[in-house]
Design a protein around this ligand. Structure first.
Ligand code: GLV
Length: 313
């Protein structure tokens, strides 16, 4: 039997990419000198696309592959994939949930502590020899803070339970109140930000959460407030955030995600009250390997006519 043809839209964890490439007839879109010619040459036989959360795939690109049956996404967030088009055309979409929850939640806490205790700034303070001239200024404390989590899904819950271990009070915003948690519920992000001293974004990206952490929410969080984002750049009003951070209207931010990655605005890079990280929430060897394995397992399920392991659409 001939090997199934796969169009690879975006890079993912190299050892698992190598495995996938040994198993199937794979074609790297990003490496093709003439991408349109590659897609056209695969159009009559390509049933599977593998992409990553940042790259996704547009409706227009899917339309060029009339035999497409599966888009397997390396990543839990599928906001860069046109899900409406996929639904309308009977194309299944899979993602990589659960296996990354703990590492992403750890990253949220690392950014939270790093931002509040100014760990990268302290690192620079030592390296630049400034300690020799006197101690580093004292910082904020995480202890006894009120923390508002935007989105109490799998990752939001894992963040909330870690926050509890730091003697904090947790509240959350989401479309629905959860019956199995005792955290304070808010049906409005601005109201939660007004109550909270820290807001952590942990919701999916996409149109339903676009700029959900609005200028008003950031203003409500205020001059002493801390904003952490491990979700998507799209969920916060990035322009307002930079303006408020620069002008003292928002205390500090720890950011793993941005609009238009990997382009981080110079105005944000110039600020001393931010900790910036290059979208590394799930980027540990064991988690990236598990995510890659889920991609392989979903592809194998489709090829062998079984139910997908982690189907979104
Ligand atoms: C990472 O951002 C993911 O969606 O898995």
């Amino acid at each position: 039997m001939s090997k199934a043809t796969i169009l690879l839209m975006g890079m993912f964890y190299q050892p698992k990419l190598d495995e996938l490439e040994k198993l199937y007839d794979c074609h790297r879109h990003w490496a093709a000198p003439d991408k349109d010619a590659l897609v056209a040459s695969l159009a009559d036989r390509c049933e599977i696309v593998v992409t990553n959360g940042g790259r996704g795939i547009s409706a227009q690109e899917m339309a060029q592959l009339p035999k497409l049956r599966l888009v397997a996404c390396f990543g839990v967030g599928v906001d860069a994939i046109d899900l409406d088009y996929a639904r309308q055309h009977g194309i299944a979409v899979s993602n990589t949930p659960d296996v990354l929850t703990d590492d992403v939640a750890d990253m949220a806490l690392a950014l939270l502590l790093g931002t509040m205790r100014r760990i990268p700034q302290g690192d620079r303070f030592v390296r630049e020899g400034r300690w020799l001239a006197g101690g580093m200024p004292v910082t904020r404390s995480l202890q006894r803070k009120r923390i508002g989590v935007v989105g109490l899904g799998r990752i939001g819950r894992a963040i909330a339970s870690r926050c509890e271990a730091f003697n904090t009070e947790v509240g959350y915003f989401g479309p629905n109140r959860k019956s199995d948690v005792s955290y304070k519920y808010f049906d409005d992000v601005v109201a939660m930000a007004d109550w909270a001293e820290v807001v952590i974004a942990a919701c999916p990206g996409g149109p339903s959460t676009y700029r959900i952490v609005s200028r008003a929410a950031l203003e409500a969080l205020g001059p002493d407030g801390v904003f952490i984002n491990i979700a998507r750049g799209s969920v916060v009003d990035q322009e307002a955030m930079i303006e408020l951070l620069a002008g003292g209207g928002l205390g500090a931010a720890g950011l793993d995600v941005f609009d238009n990655e990997p382009n981080v605005p110079a105005e944000l890079i110039a600020l001393d009250n931010v900790v910036l990280h290059p979208h590394q929430g799930s980027a540990t060897h064991p988690t990236r390997a598990a995510m890659g394995q889920l991609v392989i397992d979903n592809v194998a399920a489709l090829v062998e006519g079984r139910e997908l392991v982690t189907r979104v659409v």
